[in-house]
Design a protein around this ligand. Structure first.
Ligand SMILES: [Zn+2]
Length: 307
């Protein structure tokens, strides 16, 4: 049965199937992103299983034919059919991004390894990569909205990621453990040093939990690339975005301070604002997904373990 499907694996049909699967999982990612974080009404977040999807404004349940990923949003033009409340384009973006990443995951699993790996192994590779992308999307968008990286997402993901690392050829049983330990430990260490030097919190512990997930699957090289890649992406995208948002939104004026301390206080406030406003988990996730797909080339180029 599986063997019969193998010739299809590098055709557009299979590729389309992977994207479609990604759109469906993207739809579920939206549910996770909106329901898992704590709110005032639900301090522990809400269930992702019940109730069924409904309009956030009029509570009308969404019919299955209005709940088709991507297309429903387009043909309803981002509105609730019953009350015409606007649905954010974010739903669309999350679905499209998940679909796209599943497509890339399929290509990366199937095409470069076509001659070297049995089809079953490549299918497992796809499943693991796709699941990893799904988790990164959920973590990134929750962090974007709430500046939170939730343990109830990262801890199960870490365990599954470590278990999944055994399903792939190559690597050692301790790679994922070392990766997770460094993933958690390195941001902690940087944060600790930063705290000693500046007296303020640097990286959040949530960032460490996210990197531990990355390390559990991809080993310590993945942690390093995600951390330093994330810092680079954060500098390139995050800081201009932050300045732009601040100019547009018109932030609170700084409290008047005595002359001598004015510049110092402004500097401090600036730093605090940056840390509070920059969702570092978003940049870590982007860099981690980059490493996931670039890993074969990076490992060969730099002779890193875990190739
Ligand atoms: Zn409605």
């Amino acid at each position: 049965m599986l063997r019969d499907l193998e010739p299809l694996s590098t055709t557009p049909v299979a590729f389309g199937f992977a994207v479609l699967l990604g759109l469906l999982w993207g739809s579920f990612a939206n549910v996770c992103i909106y329901r898992l974080p704590p709110t005032e009404e639900f301090p522990n977040g809400r269930s992702v299983a019940t109730p069924a999807s409904h309009c956030g404004v009029c509570k009308t349940p969404i019919k299955w034919y209005d709940n088709v990923p991507l297309f429903s949003w387009l043909w309803l033009r981002g509105q609730c059919r019953a009350c015409k409340a606007k649905f954010s384009a974010r739903y669309l973006i999350v679905e499209a991004a998940t679909g796209l990443l599943f497509g890339v995951a399929w290509w990366m699993a199937m095409v470069p390894n076509a001659l070297f790996e049995p089809f079953e192994t490549r299918l497992i590779r796809f499943a693991i990569s796709a699941a990893f992308c799904f988790v990164m999307i959920v973590v990134a968008f929750i962090d974007l909205d709430h500046r939170l990286i939730l343990n109830k997402v990262t801890i199960p993901s870490m365990i599954v990621a470590y278990a999944a690392s055994f399903a792939l050829p190559g690597g050692h049983w301790y790679d994922g453990l070392i990766g997770a330990a460094i993933g958690y430990g390195l941001p902690w260490l940087i944060g600790e040093i930063y705290y000693r030097l500046r007296g303020v919190e640097g990286l959040g512990l949530g960032d460490g939990m996210l990197l531990a997930v990355v390390g559990a699957l991809l080993g310590w090289p993945g942690v390093l690339v995600a951390l330093f890649g994330g810092a680079t992406v954060g500098t390139i995208i995050g800081i201009p975005a932050l300045l732009l948002a601040r100019r547009k939104g018109g932030p609170e004026p700084l409290a008047p301070a005595p002359e001598s301390e004015a510049s110092d206080a402004a500097g401090e406030a600036e730093g605090d604002l940056m840390r509070a406003e920059l969702p570092f988990g978003v940049f870590l996730s982007i860099a981690a997904v980059f490493y996931l797909f670039a890993q074969p080339w990076i490992s060969v180029s730099f002779r890193l373990p875990g190739a």
